[in-house]
Design a protein around this ligand. Structure first.
Ligand code: SAM
Length: 296
């Protein structure tokens, strides 16, 4: 029985997620799409060749799509889709186009008016986030930080203010330096998880503060691949000035006091009681008795 979906053999680009360590994580649908695709684009032919051999998939020559060839590969892929082919695209591991080749091809195929589909599966970023123990309902993915230069500093500064959990990739030999920079910018207290060798035999998730992570990174020899997951910054407390400005804007736009307070609370996340008191100050008098002060 095939696990192909209804459209999996129609002319299109199909991004296929592959294992990040454990071969059993290749889904039956991914396997069937790879076996049935007219063409397969991959980052490294030897790596994808081994994956295909493991699953007994026979395939004609691959289209090489890596950081150096992606532009040319995109043109070739569009040509093949236009000739009626289904083209599967894989990276070395995980979900293509996430810190991997695939984004440019996807944009080019969409611009040419063709279908793009994705066969979901392993993604180091999401596996790391979900085992981190940190907040998962709002997060941002920052990929690899630039190795040096002003852009690295700017990205670290943004992480310092970022209130969502941040997910980063890092190579083992740069782990210590990145933890040191994170500690310098974000402070020693911020919680972090170092998720290593996910889905592999020596999978390990270390959790603690950035100060402790620094000790850990210097104590153990970092080996394997890492996802770094960093706790978000504490919620930014809006200053009274900022809240008053926001209230004035709402009132000038014609909102009632009640609506202005509600809008500012929603907009800034400030406490209702604080905004209510500021609205009273602004008005110079109590709310005409008809409005109850908020209980919180
Ligand atoms: N697109 C891939 C994905 O969706 O998983 C990520 C590709 S990126 C070039 C490779 C980086 O992902 C590694 O340097 C590491 O930070 C992270 N990574 C990949 N596999 C991993 C694993 N098994 N355990 C921990 N991190 C991993």
């Amino acid at each position: 029985m095939t696990a192909l979906g209804d459209d999996d053999t129609a002319p299109a680009l199909i991004l296929v997620a592959t294992p990040i360590g454990n071969m059993a994580d290749l889904s039956p649908r991914a396997r069937d799409v790879l076996a049935n695709a007219d063409s397969v684009a991959c980052e490294d032919t030897r790596r994808t060749g081994s994956l295909f051999a493991h699953f007994g998939i026979a395939h004609s020559p691959f289209i090489v799509c890596n950081e150096h060839t992606e532009r040319a590969a995109a043109e070739e892929i569009v040509r093949r889709i236009e000739s009626g082919q289904t083209v599967a695209l894989v990276s070395d591991a995980g979900t293509p186009a996430v810190s991997d080749p695939g984004q440019r091809v996807t944009q080019r195929v969409i611009a040419a008016g063709h279908e793009v589909r994705s066969i979901p599966g392993p993604s180091a970023a999401l596996v790391g986030l979900t085992v981190s123990g940190l907040i998962t309902d709002r997060f941002c993915f920052d990929g690899f930080l630039p190795r040096k230069g002003a852009e690295r500093g700017r990205r670290l500064e943004r992480l310092e203010r970022e209130e969502r959990t941040s997910v980063l990739f890092e190579a083992p030999h740069r782990l210590e330096r990145t933890i040191r920079d994170l500690e310098r910018h974000l402070g020693p207290e911020r919680q972090v998880a170092l998720a290593r060798e996910l889905t592999k035999r020596y999978e390990n998730v270390w959790r603690g503060s950035l100060a402790e992570a620094m000790v850990h990174a210097t104590d153990v020899e970092p080996r394997g691949e890492y996802v770094i997951i960093v706790e978000g910054a504490p919620a930014h407390e809006a200053s009274d000035e900022r809240l008053i400005e926001a209230l004035q804007r709402e009132l000038q736009a014609g909102a009632s006091r009640r609506d202005a307070i509600a809008a500012v609370v929603e907009l800034t996340g400030a406490k209702k009681r604080q905004v209510y008191d500021l609205a009273l100050q602004l008005d110079g008098k109590a709310f005409g008795g008809s409005e109850e002060p908020p209980s919180t």
